[in-house]
Write a protein of this length. Structure first.
Ligand SMILES: [Zn+2]
Length: 209
């Protein structure tokens, strides 16, 4: 599980979803979560650098580094929803443009159905704060979605597995890019709720189209 976490953390940097030491990735195992450390570039990260943190108390179970500054946000999301097993947090560029504008990403492409009807924006609060963690949890629960924007900050994608959360972080960035282009053309043409439901139904048997 730690190996998989390291693999996805490094992938997020190689693919450009995360830059420098920004963003963080975690995976849940029972009452614990494994999470990337704070202030360490992904290409220098090794298995030993990952931390194990108790989801309920926040106590560090194992690890010698400081856990990611968004550890509370990861913990609260896991505590609120037992079905969530992994979280990817990024500041990916196009999605973060929407977060900075406080504008939900509209469903201009059917792939967003895997995330939700749109990508909503959680209110702004300082990075690493308890308030930000609460806003993130509330927005995911209220919108019943697998990904949100954090106003003036970035993206949070969740899933049952690391593969799910990572794929959604990629989809959010891709659809944000397309929506950004649509706004530039002044022709934003979102899909309807029925179109999105139909696409989602199709994903159950057909992963990419
Ligand atoms: Zn961040």
């Amino acid at each position: 599980m730690r190996k998989e976490l390291l693999k996805y953390a490094k992938m997020s940097s190689k693919s450009g979803l995360t830059v420098g030491t920004t963003g963080n990735v975690s995976v849940r195992k029972e009452d614990s979560m494994f999470i990337t450390p704070s202030a360490l570039p992904y290409d220098e990260m090794e298995l030993d650098d990952l931390l194990e943190v108790n989801v309920h108390s926040g106590e560090i179970v194992k690890g010698h580094r400081n856990p990611s500054s968004e550890t509370s946000m990861h913990r609260y999301i896991y505590e609120k929803d037992e079905s969530i097993g992994a979280i990817v947090h990024t500041h990916s560029t196009y999605a973060t443009i929407f977060a900075c504008a406080n504008l939900p990403i509209p469903p201009v492409h059917y792939t967003i159905a895997d995330v939700g009807r749109e990508v909503p924006v959680a209110p702004y609060a300082r990075y690493g704060s308890e308030k930000l963690a609460q806003y993130a949890v509330e927005t995911i629960a209220k919108e019943k979605c697998n990904g949100i924007l954090l106003a003036n900050h970035g993206v949070v994608a969740v899933g049952e597995t690391l593969a799910d959360a990572y794929r959604r972080a990629e989809v959010i960035e891709e659809v944000a890019h397309l929506a950004y282009g649509s706004y530039n053309l002044k022709l934003v043409n979102p899909l309807t709720a029925d179109d999105l439901d139909e696409a989602l139904e199709g994903f159950k048997t057909y992963v990419s189209g």
